[in-house]
Unconditional design. Structure first.
Length: 238
């Protein structure tokens, strides 16, 4: 009779399994920051792309319909939200829409991705990027200091039938050129922050992330053409 030979299959020991798990954990910790950076960058690039497309849409409408077009950027100044539902606060430094005198708002309010905000001149002073050397030029920043009334436009907010508070807006004329820009290019800045409840007349308080992704869009006043800018590398030596 042939003897049956049983092959003994040796499995992993508990120690070996623990070593494998430990190695996988180390690899995960090493690669996680890279994956997070990819996610951060993709959100920002998506925001810039959508805003760029909106500016082009507004310019095309202005030329085609021969009228002034305003891209409205509500900031965090409490006065523009007076009498409105507090739900409108979420638009502060996050939303934008295109307004025309003939048709009212021709787009819905569009929001930046979660964690991404427009940087106004007030908040740019507190933007913690390499010792505040962020590359933001407050002289051409579209989102001006709310107390500088000369740079604001009275437009209905948040609907075409609402009251008309002074609000930030990029205004494009029938010739496709930017209005009230002088010889200065207008720039729109976006960065990463955590939103807290507002204080001191502001509906939102932004805490900027350390070394955040910072992007911008520059609009030529003579042509109305927009181009994207990466400010993240500015001041890298500081």
């Amino acid at each position: 009779m042939k003897k049956l030979i049983h092959k003994v299959q040796r499995g992993f020991t508990l120690i070996e399994l623990l070593i494998v798990v430990a190695v996988m954990a180390v690899l995960l910790l090493l690669t996680l920051p890279a994956f997070l950076d990819i996610g951060r960058g993709s959100k920002m690039e998506s925001a810039v792309s959508q805003l760029h497309a909106t500016i082009n849409l507004a310019r095309q409408w202005a030329i085609t319909h021969r009228e002034m077009v305003h891209i409205v950027f509500p900031d965090d100044w409490a006065q523009i939200y007076s009498g409105l539902n507090t739900n409108e606060y979420r638009k502060a430094l996050r939303a934008y829409a295109v307004y025309t005198p003939s048709k009212g708002y021709i787009t819905e309010w569009r929001y930046l991705p979660s964690g991404v905000y427009f940087v106004d001149t007030y908040n740019s002073l507190n933007l913690g990027i390499r010792g505040n050397n962020s590359g933001i030029n407050t002289n051409v920043n579209l989102a001006v200091n709310v107390f500088n009334q000369n740079n604001l436009t009275n437009l209905p907010f948040p609907t075409a039938t609402s009251s008309r508070p002074p609000i930030n807006a990029l205004t494009i004329g029938p010739d496709g050129k930017i209005r009230r820009a002088g010889i200065l290019t207008r720039e729109i800045y976006l960065s990463e922050a955590i939103a807290l409840d507002g204080t001191a007349g502001r509906v939102v308080n932004l805490i900027w992330k350390d070394n955040p992704v910072l992007r911008g869009i520059a609009v030529n006043p003579y042509t109305g053409m927009a181009r994207a800018i990466d400010f993240s590398q500015l001041g890298a030596a500081n």
